[in-house]
Ligand binder design. Structure first.
Ligand SMILES: C[S@@+](CC[C@H](N)C(=O)[O-])C[C@H]1O[C@@H](n2cnc3c(N)ncnc32)[C@H](O)[C@@H]1O
Length: 265
């Protein structure tokens, strides 16, 4: 891997903890928003007695949705301190502080005992982990036997996408997007049995369209002198979004859900 692991992790966490990420994406930082979170919860068969781990939980939007929709307990972890603070505030504001907790942690070193959780969700983040095999083994370790993992993530067809390989691509979770089958192989190596894979490319297309129109709004506002966003290179971001839209249209880039279960030894 060309880019240094610590740089990737830090840039990803810093970007998704920023106001800019919220401006471009809203509160839910993955394609399909809570609609796909609901789908993951249904495929995992979540129920009120369960304790669910949300790995790379962002601002806690999905964790709160799962707790409200399925009645389960949820613990969310993320590498961005700003996100953890925002997620805790959101949980308290919704009166869910007793049932939904958040902690600053790395997906590759989960601070939990073996066999703790009934289910795990990980949305639009697995592909950014430099140590995907390590993360998959961590998922299996903290899951109870038979517990389910639901991942939703960026996928690509066989060939890497050279036009989408820079730091921006890593931050947008595209840089190390893998073919669906490769995610399945990683989960299998980690000790999980893959049960289901489902393409959700339309959700990604919709998200990129949303980002493009928000970038246009930002461009207009900055042209009128109403907005100055330090660190945002609007033309690079627009060009990147165009390349992503083209890759989706040509079928090179997509989005998918994978459901796996911890194997009984
Ligand atoms: C695209 S966002 C997705 C957030 C959330 N799952 C959602 O769908 O709203 C990616 C998130 O992964 C977090 N992240 C990146 N690398 C991580 C790691 N190694 N461990 C924990 N969180 C990580 C980032 O801080 C960011 O909040």
């Amino acid at each position: 891997m060309a880019m240094e692991e610590a740089t990737i992790k830090q840039c990803c966490a810093t970007f998704y903890g920023s106001d800019l990420a919220r401006m471009l994406l809203g509160d839910s930082f993955h394609p399909g928003g809570v609609r796909l979170t609901q789908r993951l919860g249904e495929l995992l068969g979540l129920a009120p007695e369960m304790h669910v781990l949300d790995v790379a939980a962002g601002r806690g939007t999905s964790a709160l949705h799962l707790a409200k929709s399925f009645g389960c307990r949820v613990t969310g972890i993320d590498l961005s301190e700003a996100n953890i603070v925002a997620a805790r505030e959101a949980a308290n504001a919704e009166g869910l502080g007793e049932r939904v907790h958040f902690a600053l942690a790395d997906a590759e070193r989960l601070p939990f005992a073996d066999v703790t959780f009934d289910a795990i969700v990980c949305e639009c983040a697995f592909c950014t982990f430099p140590g995907k095999d390590v993360a998959a083994a961590e998922f299996a370790r903290v899951l109870k036997t038979g517990g389910g993992v639901g991942i939703s993530d960026l996928t690509r067809t066989a060939a890497p996408l050279p036009e989408l390989q820079d730091l921006l691509a890593w931050i947008a979770c595209i840089g190390d997007a893998l073919p669906m089958q490769e995610y399945a192989s990683i989960l299998t190596r980690g000790g999980l049995a893959v049960e289901q894979m489902e393409a959700q490319n339309g959700a990604l297309e919709e998200m990129v369209r949303g980002v493009q129109s928000r970038l246009l709004g930002l461009e207009i506002a900055s042209g009128l002198g109403k907005l100055d966003i330090p660190g945002l290179d609007l033309s690079a971001a627009k060009q990147f979004a165009r390349a992503a839209a083209e890759a989706i249209r040509s079928g090179k880039l997509g989005y998918a859900i994978l459901i796996a279960r911890r194997r009984t030894e």
